[in-house]
Design a protein around this ligand. Structure first.
Ligand SMILES: NC(=O)c1ccc[n+]([C@@H]2O[C@H](COP(=O)([O-])OP(=O)(O)OC[C@H]3O[C@@H](n4cnc5c(N)ncnc54)[C@H](OP(=O)(O)O)[C@@H]3O)[C@@H](O)[C@H]2O)c1
Ligand SMILES: [Zn+2]
Ligand SMILES: [Zn+2]
Length: 354
């Protein structure tokens, strides 16, 4: 198989920093789209996996090239590709392949396919080894897994829609977030701030729970109707038993029972945050009020396109701090301190000097 070299940043082990490297990419086959990556968002999942914090579920294979919030321009397409042509804006999220034949794929829910291939650290059936993600200047992806990015969206802020966007959009659609519903968002980071924008756009009464009092004004600007500093027990108590739905987007250990107790009858709390350690759940918090606790992973390709089109129509993008790739390790340290406003987006032009 024809390959070419792409520039990238990779980590050699869980304790190494990300550093400049070159990686092989396959030359586009007949169904492939080759994309010049212009921006890639930094998801907290990148950090979890670079540090092998999900070793029990998906152990990291090194070297790892993270990145699944990719936007760029199509440079080349295979002979059978008809959805894209060179020059088009294109996006790639967390998925680059699946079997396309199982019931989940047939239902357009590729995120549940037993043979789904993640954008990085997934089995690469073309080149062997594992897939390499978006901290790179180029990527080649089957056209089915390439998304069309609305032309009116600011590109640096559009990248994060491919993971943070769909991961929050999908469960809120599934659980019927809409006008008349009271909705909570826990953790105002990359995912959380997108959840606030969507909940607001869907017309729900939106309440942000944050551990960072200094994010209060931003939360209101992003579309929250109310902001609760979650470390303040009195503020929390005021909302007891009142929520239809809560989205928990926290990346670290925290007390989820405090939020379960804020649900109204038949209320649901959905976890999208994936902390390293298991969370403790008190049974009575669920029993009383017939509350439910669930989780949700990203979204399928069709819904991801629906979300991007929705964002195009409502001019929704992530609030980003654009950084050169040379600052990626520093950005990771800031994520750990909840010091993110509200997504880092890597300007891939910075790879040219490597
Ligand atoms: N389910 C999926 O498919 C999926 C997809 C993408 C990401 N994720 C996961 O979702 C989580 C969030 O990702 P992200 O990229 O949005 O991360 P992020 O930008 O780092 O945001 C996480 C936020 O959680 C809050 N937080 C952090 N530490 C906390 C603590 N000890 N106690 C309470 N709150 C804390 C902070 O918000 P405040 O400052 O407001 O408190 C922080 O900004 C990660 O675990 C990530 O792996 C899951
Ligand atoms: Zn992600
Ligand atoms: Zn499948």
């Amino acid at each position: 198989m024809m390959t070419y070299n792409a520039k990238a940043y990779s980590a050699a082990s869980a304790t190494f920093q990300l550093a400049s490297t070159t990686i092989p990419r396959r030359g586009p086959t007949e169904h492939d789209v080759q994309i010049e990556i212009l921006f890639c968002g930094i998801c907290h999942s990148d950090l979890h996996q670079v540090r092998n914090e999900w070793s029990g579920v998906m152990p990291t294979v090194y070297p790892i090239v993270p990145g699944h919030e990719i936007v760029g321009r199509v440079t080349k397409v295979g002979s059978e590709v008809n959805k894209y042509k060179p020059g088009d804006l294109a996006g790639v999220g967390c998925l680059v392949d699946s079997d396309r034949t199982c019931p989940q794929c047939k239902a357009g829910l590729e995120q549940f396919c037993p043979s789904l291939v993640l954008t990085y650290n997934g089995p690469d059936k073309y080149l062997g080894g594992v897939t390499y993600g978006g901290y790179s200047n180029s990527i080649v992806v089957d056209e089915h897994f390439v998304l069309s990015v609305p032309g009116n969206l600011e590109l640096a802020g559009a990248g994060p829609l491919l993971c943070a966007g769909i991961t929050t959009y999908s469960p809120m659609r599934h659980w019927g977030v809409s006008k008349g519903k009271k909705v909570g968002v826990v953790g105002l980071g990359g995912l959380g701030h997108m959840a606030v924008k969507f909940a607001h756009a869907f017309g729900a009464h939106t309440v942000v729970f944050t551990t960072s009092p200094n994010k209060k004004d931003d939360a209101l600007r992003l579309g929250a109707d109310e902001v609760v500093v979650s470390r303040n027990a009195d503020e929390m108590k005021k909302h007891a038993g009142s929520f239809d739905f809560i989205l928990d987007a926290v990346a670290a250990d925290h007390d989820i029972n405090a939020y379960i107790n804020l649900l109204g009858r038949d209320g649901n709390i959905t976890l999208v945050g994936a902390p390293e350690k298991p969370l403790a759940v008190a049974a009575f918090g669920l029993i009383m009020g017939r509350h439910s606790l669930s989780g949700s992973p990203i979204g399928g390709i069709a819904e991801t396109q629906e979300m991007l089109d929705f964002c195009g129509k409502h001019n929704i993008t992530a609030d980003v701090e654009v950084i050169p790739i040379q600052k990626v390790n520093e950005a990771y340290e800031r994520l750990l301190k909840s010091d993110v406003k509200y997504r880092f987006s890597i300007d891939m032009a910075s790879l040219k000097s490597e």
